[in-house]
Design a protein around this ligand. Structure first.
Ligand code: ZN
Length: 186
């Protein structure tokens, strides 16, 4: 998975003002008019195209943005271009992770996961699968952070991830059920 640093160039009030700020792959401009409308990106793959990511639910399917006005923004869900270069990538804490042939490469967003493992585990149960997005909404956290926490809990065998349609859904391993005896620092 290739990584491109997101370079936040400007906040502007119309789409027409965005292009002048976009030159290098990963350059980003926020269009804000009474709220975030678009994130316009210079494609991180290097194809040279500029394209907008809709942030306004009133204008159709919209992406969520976290920490919009700084270099460390996150965007959820992933962006998948269905035209041009067809790039697929994740914007997470100021970095753009491009999916390529090596989708499962470890990411390193430098997040403080340890503080997230316990609250996340408390919102999982052994009785039902939960989407990491629901858990993120409960906690008011960035979904990519929560996904990483869920996968860490799965590696620690505290939780497990579903397969097929339940991919990205998690539950506590039934043998545990209770989480108060888990050593999260292990
Ligand atoms: Zn591209």
């Amino acid at each position: 998975m290739g990584i491109v640093i997101l370079n936040f160039r400007a906040k502007v009030s119309s789409r027409g003002e965005a292009d002048q700020h976009l030159s290098k792959p990963g350059d980003a401009v926020l269009v804000n008019r009474g709220g975030p409308r678009w994130l316009v990106l210079s494609c991180p793959c290097g194809c040279g195209e500029r394209f907008p990511v809709n942030l306004d639910p009133r204008s159709g399917p919209a992406w969520r943005i976290y920490n919009a006005e700084g270099g460390k923004m996150s965007v959820f869900p992933s962006v998948w271009r269905d035209t041009g270069c067809q790039s697929h990538y994740i914007i997470w804490r100021g970095r753009i992770y491009l999916f390529g042939s090596d989708n499962d490469a470890e990411t390193d967003a430098g997040i403080a996961l340890d503080d997230l493992l316990e609250p996340v585990s408390k919102r999982l149960s052994s009785a039902a699968w939960r989407s990491f997005v629901e858990v993120a909404d409960d906690l008011g956290e960035i979904p990519w952070d929560v996904l990483e926490a869920c996968r860490t809990l799965a590696r620690k065998r505290v939780a497990e991830e579903g397969t097929g349609k339940l991919r990205s859904h998690f539950r506590l391993r039934s043998a545990l059920g209770r989480t108060d005896k888990v050593d999260f620092t292990a």
